[in-house]
Design a protein around this ligand. Structure first.
Ligand code: GLN
Ligand code: ZN
Length: 773
């Protein structure tokens, strides 16, 4: 058995430094290139990745380089590898039963009436994975040898890489019951049937030359999955007893990123596996447990979740503490896959050099791991210079101008309970009724209107300095006028300006607030071929000037109907940025909230009487550990309240949330105390209204009646049926009518048709509701 490498990473970004994979995959979907060419691009990317990682110091032949490529999603890959695909896609298999690349894309994206796999958030990251569907009938069989071929490909290039695969427990724990499974069916009950396929794959990987395999089992750290940690631990115990007992296999490294393993460390320590990966960024160095003497402990001490260079000396100290546990060996790694961070900070030519010196993207983190590994082998003295340099950069960061801004800190320090409260709801309702004069079942939208090619091109030209600011702004005003006219024409009640000036609902605010910077190439995969470019929140946040006021005021000047001001809330701004790690998130959230509070005051002063503060990410940041959830919910709700509580009683505050799993966060949503909350509901056919009614939610609520994720136009009859379901459960005076989410990804053709049908359906229902005007 070869030893586990002393330094490694749990995974590397697969999209390519210039999103090469996205471009190739989308070209393949569009029929512009064939599969062979796509495979060639992917192979080139993998080759470049191996070379980059070796150049940064990971060993070529000691399994330090992970084989973590994916065309679309690693959970889909695992499901496809073991043949766990839904019945409706069975015919996509090749004659020999294997599932090819085109088939996998179809499972990911759907086709005609065949719905794709659902997508949901990967632990507490912003990455979204495809949810496998597994039922009593799912027949597991090795259905793709892609991973084996990748190991062979690397081998041919002179590398011994470490294949990475989602482990069996996590695969089942993340799966949902397939259509037609009996009520209450739990995919975990299929574990024993699944394990032989993993066993077969391990043997194949071994034959291909893999000396180590990495099985990712983040399910073992989570307290937010349907199965409790003890159940998952029991499943892991069974799974690894079986996989470990095989003789024809690579050494097994089970990685447990995203939080601490807790009691499940003891489970892995006694399993017949060779190495265990611990997240020592999110979790503490654990206490010793029996069984460790035969294991390699892989300390995830370099943050895979964030872009800070951080405290390297502290990371090394944690590795030294890990050594105290008496394991056979200790190695250094990242806490999670580097999938969550951009490639290379050296690609950023426009960032301030001082800021750059505080940062580490994926390639810099690889170098950090290599340094720590050297320290483990040669002693601290050998890496003292690197540790000191990181400490100096960190000290520089903590003391730099802008990181701490006296006036911002005075403001947050002076906050009192009153600053977080808008006062009595009924008083507000009365004031708003008088101010707004809305019909029953008021019609509105979530904010954005289609971002047409024309808008994108105009923005690109402006950013390249090809048009003047005046011309660009004239263009935007023209666009806003069109969108206002359209809404007037349709007969909506609360209008929006359409957000044509925004590239992205978070980045737009980041660009206008102090304390943030935006990158040129800092792309991070969010799902499939989609990537986002999170902003970097490095300093105290303040608002040098109003951000949205001119646009909203202009829109309001065009109509007698109320125009809704549109802001992104503090939690969402934090969730979709890389956030400073030198102070509690709560403190940072309050700073952002105060900037938004000032913006709201300015909107009010400009005559805007309805203001929406979007918080689609409220649910996303919920910690995996139950003990951490109440504190999170408290500060996240508080930051929203701080942002909005300065609004006058007559100002109607809306919020919008992009999901309908109300359950865990219903109390938090109520505590936001927004006058009106719009949520996603059309996709789940209004199932959520029963929960809302049952929870006693008594403020305004707009369950979406139009699924904007699909180009499909709902008919007026269909919308009417959804509305009737809502009216049956929720008092009419609370109910609003709106789409599920913003319209920016839709085209005008389907948007116009859909909105027209929504208006028609609303008119029909209004005519029958007794209290309707
Ligand atoms: N106001 C935003 C829009 O309409 C909200 C988007 C979101 O919730 N993700 O686009
Ligand atoms: Zn939304």
């Amino acid at each position: 058995m070869t030893a586990f490498p002393v330094g490694t990473i749990l995974g590397y970004p697969r999209i390519g430094p210039r999103r090469e994979l996205k471009k190739a995959v989308e070209a393949f979907w569009a029929g512009r290139i064939d599969q062979q060419e796509l495979e060639r691009t992917a192979a080139e990317l993998r080759a470049k990745t191996r070379d980059r990682l070796a150049a940064r110091g990971l060993g070529r032949a000691d399994s330090a380089i992970p084989e973590s490529f994916s065309f679309y999603d690693h959970v889909l890959d695992a499901a496809v590898t073991v043949g766990a695909i839904p019945e409706r896609f069975e015919d996509l298999r090749d004659a020999d039963g294997s599932i090819g690349l085109a088939a996998a894309f179809t499972i990911a994206r759907g086709e005609g009436e065949r719905a794709p796999l659902e997508m949901t958030k990967w632990f507490d990251s912003n990455y979204h994975y495809l949810v496998p569907e597994i039922g009593p009938q799912t027949s597991f069989s090795l259905s793709s040898e892609r991973l084996v071929r990748e190991v062979e490909e690397a081998r041919a290039a002179g590398f011994v890489t470490r294949p990475v695969l989602v482990g069996p427990v996590t695969l089942l724990a993340l799966a949902k019951a397939a259509d037609g499974a009996p009520e209450g069916f739990d995919p975990l009950t299929r574990l024993d049937d699944l394990l032989p396929v993993y066993g077969e794959l391990l043997a194949r990987l071994r034959a291909a030359g893999a000396e180590w395999v990495q099985l990712d089992e983040p399910a073992l750290v989570s307290e937010s999955l349907p199965a409790a940690p003890t159940i998952l631990g029991a499943a892991a115990s069974r799974a690894y007893a079986a996989l470990g007992s095989a003789t024809d296999r690579p050494s097994i490294f089970v990685a447990a990123p995203y939080a601490s393993l807790g009691e499940n460390l003891a489970v892995l320590a006694t399993a017949p596996i060779e190495a265990i990966g611990l997240d020592l960024v999110r979790g503490e160095v654990p206490a010793a447990v029996p069984g460790l003497a035969e294991k390699t402990l892989v300390g995830g001490v370099v943050d895979g979740h964030n872009i800070w260079r951080g405290d390297l000396a502290g990371a090394f100290a944690r590795l030294e503490a890990l050594r105290e546990l008496g394991a056979a060996a200790v190695s250094a790694s990242t806490s999670t896959s580097l999938l969550h961070v951009p490639h290379d900070v050296d690609d950023e030519s426009k960032l301030d050099a001082r800021l750059v010196s505080w940062l580490a993207f994926a390639d810099q983190k690889v170098a950090q791991v290599v340094t720590l590994a050297q320290g483990l082998v040669e002693g601290r003295g050998a890496i003292a210079a690197e540790l000191d340099a990181a400490s100096t950069a960190l000290a520089d960061r903590l003391g730099a101008p802008g990181v701490r801004d006296g006036s911002v800190r005075e403001r947050t320090a002076a906050l009192t309970a009153e600053d977080f409260s808008r006062g009595d709801y009924e008083t507000r309702v009365a004031a708003q009724e008088a101010a707004l004069d809305l019909p029953s079942l008021p019609l509105t939208t979530i904010g954005s209107f289609p971002q047409t090619g024309e808008i994108r091109r105009a923005r690109a030209r402006y950013l390249r300095d090809e048009v003047t600011k005046e011309d660009y702004e004239d263009f935007l005003r023209e666009e806003i006028r069109r969108v206002i006219d359209l809404q007037e024409d349709l007969g909506l009640d609360v209008l929006v300006h359409g957000e044509p000036e925004r590239n992205d609902m978070v980045q737009y605010f980041a660009e206008h607030l102090d304390g943030f910077d935006v990158t040129e190439h800092g792309w991070v995969q969010s799902y499939g071929s989609r990537a986002t470019r999170p902003s970097i929140l490095w300093g105290d946040v303040s608002r040098p000037a109003p951000i949205t006021v001119d646009w909203s005021a202009y829109a309001q000047s065009l109509t007698a109907k109320p125009v809704k001001g549109m802001l992104t809330g503090p939690v969402t701004i934090l969730a979709w940025s890389f956030v400073r790690d030198d102070q509690p998130l709560a403190e940072t959230a309050n700073q952002v909230a105060l900037a938004l509070r000032d913006e709201i005051a300015d909107l009010e002063a400009a005559g805007i009487g309805v203001i929406q503060v979007d918080e689609p990410a409220l649910r996303e940041l919920l910690p995996l550990k139950k003990d951490d959830q109440p504190a999170y919910l408290r500060w996240s709700v508080d930051s929203f309240r701080l942002a909005t509580a300065g609004a006058a009683p007559a100002t109607q505050v809306h919020t919008h949330l992009c999901y309908s799993e109300f359950g865990v966060v219903i109390d938090a949503i109520r505590a936001l105390d927004a006058d009106v909350t719009s949520i996603e509901a059309a996709r789940s056919r209004m199932e959520v209204v029963a929960d809302i009614a049952g929870s006693g939610f008594d403020h305004g609520i707009g369950p979406g009646v139009y699924d904007i994720h699909s180009p499909r136009v709902p008919s007026a009859d269909e919308v009417e049926a959804l509305l009737r379901r809502a009216v049956a459960e929720i008092p009419e005076r609370q109910l609003w009518v709106n789409p599920d989410c913003g319209l920016k990804t839709r085209g005008y053709e389907e948007t116009n048709a859909s909105l027209r049908n929504i208006v028609e359906a609303t008119r029909r229902v209004r005519a029958e509701v007794p209290a309707a005007v």
